[in-house]
Design a protein around this ligand. Structure first.
Ligand SMILES: Nc1ncnc2c1ncn2[C@@H]1O[C@H](COP(=O)(O)OP(=O)(O)OP(=O)(O)O)[C@@H](O)[C@H]1O
Length: 414
């Protein structure tokens, strides 16, 4: 059974098309999250679904009835809306606002029944606004007003609940409380809710619709929709997707970039190992540099860091010799890099070969740490290789900060 059917919906404001060919259905008890960048049409979709704006094409069906054919009273019995804006122009009390949720059921000349009052009391308790019942609604906080409007929607006992960022003014504990109440108390209700917080959407929604440039870019379970690639496509940012420890749902961590502008940041290859490269990898990645790294052992924590951040990393199995394929790829990475950074690390036979391959690129190599800061497990051979790199023009920087400064100066002057 479907409670909502949106069929080929188009919406325009004047000549400006905002939504195109939107199509989805929802069933009783389902919660669907609408996400997408600012201006992608989320509010417009809810406005079309609550008959505030008229579609320019397509139809919306509620319980198999075309919304166009429903009287306002029937629509109000079926659909409750909690808008983004919570400002209310008249000085009603909280109780009066919540009681408005019962009006679609009360005859024009009838007055509120005992049952209506009992429902209001119950939903005010659920939304945690009972102590405010006699307060003028304009004398309470924005978050409290949002909870009052949610209580009004609950009082309406709708088949379909439309929430436009209805928890955006709420503190985190009230956000969780209200969304949990909606999920628990409205088991038969279909909820369509706009979310800016994709983690909240992932936590509470059965399905998510991602809007981008007028259209549905993806629709499906949070696991299917909230992928790294899809978030990059829709929001243009890089994120890590991990799994929420209690729900098993996807949890999105934005990989913040700041400092330098991408365009100024060049390509850097980092030769590291044993975890010594991780702080540098994180800082350059945050600053928007295009990184490659390796060759690393797949159990190395620097390898794990690179993998988490989606940085191309050449790898070999532990104790395996460097294959021909890896060393020719490594030479390609060295060739493409504007700078190569060699981080002070433990040097054994395996990674000494990486360092040897640096020789033709000594002039664009920056070594962080003196040759003494490399733990040498090669009986002195590593010291000789490093010494000759420096003789051939490799630059030595004593700290990560001074190496960053050098990179920035070079990019600005280049
Ligand atoms: N009344 C209106 N008249 C003309 N254009 C409008 C009107 N309301 C919204 N728009 C435009 O329609 C587009 C979609 O707006 P909408 O509010 O639906 O986006 P949204 O995804 O909800 O954005 P946000 O995340 O910023 O709340 C925007 O480009 C907006 O400027």
């Amino acid at each position: 059974m479907k409670t909502v059917d949106v069929v080929h919906l188009d919406v325009c404001y004047g000549a400006h098309q905002i939504l195109e060919e939107i199509a989805f259905s929802a069933t009783p008890g389902e919660m669907i999250g609408i996400c997408g960048p600012n201006g992608s049409g989320k509010t417009t979709l809810l406005k079309a679904m609550s008959r505030i704006v008229a579609p320019s094409g397509g139809e919306i069906y509620y319980n198999n009835q075309n919304m166009e054919n429903l009287s306002f009273r029937m629509l109000a019995q079926r659909v409750a809306v909690v808008p983004q804006e919570t400002a209310i122009n008249f000085d009603y009390t909280v109780r009066e606002i919540v009681m408005m949720g019962r009006h679609p059921y009360i005859g024009r000349f009838a007055s509120e029944s005992r049952e209506d009052h009992a429902i209001c009391d119950r939903v005010m308790r659920l939304a945690n606004v009972s102590p405010l019942a006699e307060m003028p609604v304009n004398a309470i906080s924005g978050g409290e007003r949002q909870r009052v409007l949610i209580a009004r929607a609950l009082a309406q006992e709708p088949d379909i609940l439309l929430l436009d960022e209805a928890t955006s003014h709420l503190d985190i504990s009230h956000q969780i409380e209200i969304l949990s109440i909606i999920r628990k108390e409205m088991e038969e209700t279909t909820t369509i809710s706009v979310f800016h917080d994709i983690n909240l959407a992932a936590y509470y929604c059965d399905r998510i619709i991602l809007l981008k440039e007028r259209k549905i870019a993806a629709i499906g379970s949070p696991e299917d929709v909230l992928t790294r690639e899809m978030i990059r496509l829709v929001y243009g940012i890089d994120v890590l997707i991990s799994t929420h420890p209690t729900t098993g749902r996807p949890y999105i961590l934005p990989l913040y970039t700041y400092g330098m502008h991408d365009a100024m940041a060049g390509r850097v290859h980092i030769v590291c190992g044993g975890g010594c490269g991780t702080p540098l990898i994180r800082r350059l990645h945050q600053a928007g540099w295009h990184l490659t790294t390796g060759i690393l052992n797949v159990l190395d924590s620097d390898y794990r860091t690179a993998e988490e951040l989606g940085i191309p990393a050449l790898s070999e199995a532990p104790f395996a010799p460097i294959s021909e394929a890896s060393s020719s790829l490594l030479m390609e990475y060295f060739e493409k890099a504007d700078k190569i950074i060699l981080v002070a690390m433990p040097v054994g036979r395996g990674n000494l070969d990486n360092i040897r391959l640096l020789h033709p690129h000594a002039k664009k190599t920056v070594i962080i740490g003196s040759s003494e800061s490399f733990e040498d497990y090669t009986g002195g051979e590593a010291g000789c290789v490093l010494g000759s790199l420096i003789e051939n023009g490799a630059r030595v920087e004593t700290s990560l900060d001074s190496a960053m400064l050098h990179l920035r100066k070079q990019t600005n002057s280049g």
